[in-house]
Design a protein around this ligand. Structure first.
Ligand code: SF4
Length: 309
């Protein structure tokens, strides 16, 4: 439970406000996090949502997210998690200080849960929300340059209803696709520690398990997500951890446990500005993902290969 009062007690200063300022409402003072259930578009949580305060509680609450509640219940629990002290401090500090360009907008300041339908056939696995992207808007890859690339590619592949993703109430819907992150809170310098990655893993594991009935393909953006994925897949009962683990590469393709796993350079500005990742390369990955998602599972065999990027 992360009611406004609880957050105030833990932080010793007012930190809960209602919906965002600017286009989504109005606030008079800056807040470190949106109060659960206070009206932010797409907020899956409410005042009674249980809060994980440490690694053991993440594991317990993730495992306890029932198939009846489905992904909605899991999303709610993810979105109020406070298990990693360093990341909680960072995400809330960013929400308080803000980037100048967004100075008149309230920030989400909470973990970004997965986004997309519960019967997705394709899962896109990213690294973590951006400080002024998902941590500001409350939706993964929303409101930053990385998202501009990603959602344009998804739209072109017929996997999103629009090519842009600006804020959580912009009407974007993904088709057959769900976006998840290996780590659900924005990390300083986009670098979570191994301990933070491991603490957050049960959320990913449970999410993959809930998606399992329909899931066919995972598109993994970058080496961090690639490494984080294998134990989560194994924990979800979707396939044994490959040994040796396949190295990450753009256009790498691994089949494991009936799933296709595709590697793709991350849509970070570092990659897109330098031309390491181009729009045609990204389009090819999602075109392949879409094709694989239509094919029946191949069984538990592990095979790996690399296609031309
Ligand atoms: Fe919780 Fe994951 Fe955020 Fe850590 S990174 S606080 S486990 S949501």
């Amino acid at each position: 439970m992360a009611s406004c009062n609880v957050l105030q007690e833990r932080t010793a200063r007012p930190r809960c406000r209602g919906p965002a300022a600017g286009r989504m409402g109005g606030v008079e003072e800056r807040a470190a996090a949106v109060a659960p259930g206070s009206g932010w578009p797409g907020d899956p949580a409410g005042p009674g949502t249980p809060v994980a305060a440490g690694a053991a509680e993440v594991a317990r609450l993730a495992a306890g997210a029932s198939t009846v509640e489905g992904l909605d219940g899991l999303d709610a629990r993810v979105s109020v998690c406070r298990a990693c002290a360093r990341l909680v401090g960072w995400r809330e500090e960013v929400a308080l200080t803000r980037r100048a360009a967004f100075a008149d907008e309230a920030y989400w300041g909470r973990p970004a849960p997965g986004f997309g339908p519960a019967d997705a056939r394709i899962a896109v696995v990213g690294l973590a929300p951006a400080a002024h992207g998902g941590n500001r808007t409350g939706r993964v890859f929303t409101g930053d340059r990385s998202g501009d690339w990603l959602f344009a590619a998804l739209h072109r592949a017929g996997l999103a209803n629009q090519p842009t993703s600006v804020h959580a109430g912009d009407g974007l819907a993904l088709l057959h696709t769900r976006i998840v992150a290996a780590v659900r809170c924005a990390p300083p310098a986009n670098k979570p520690t191994p301990a933070e990655r491991d603490t957050c893993r049960p959320w990913l594991t449970r999410e993959l398990a809930l998606l399992a009935p329909t899931l066919r393909v995972l598109v993994v953006l970058g080496a961090f997500g690639w490494q984080a994925l294998w134990p989560a897949l194994a924990g979800a009962g979707l396939g044994a951890i490959p040994s040796p683990r396949p190295p990450f590469a753009h256009a790498a393709e691994v089949r494991v446990g009936g799933l296709g796993v595709l590697g793709c350079y991350h849509v970070s500005q570092q990659n897109t500005f330098t031309g390491k990742l181009t729009r045609p390369m990204l389009r090819r990955v999602f075109s392949l993902a879409r094709a694989l998602a239509r094919t029946p599972p191949a069984g538990g065999r592990l095979t790996a290969r690399r296609r031309r990027g």
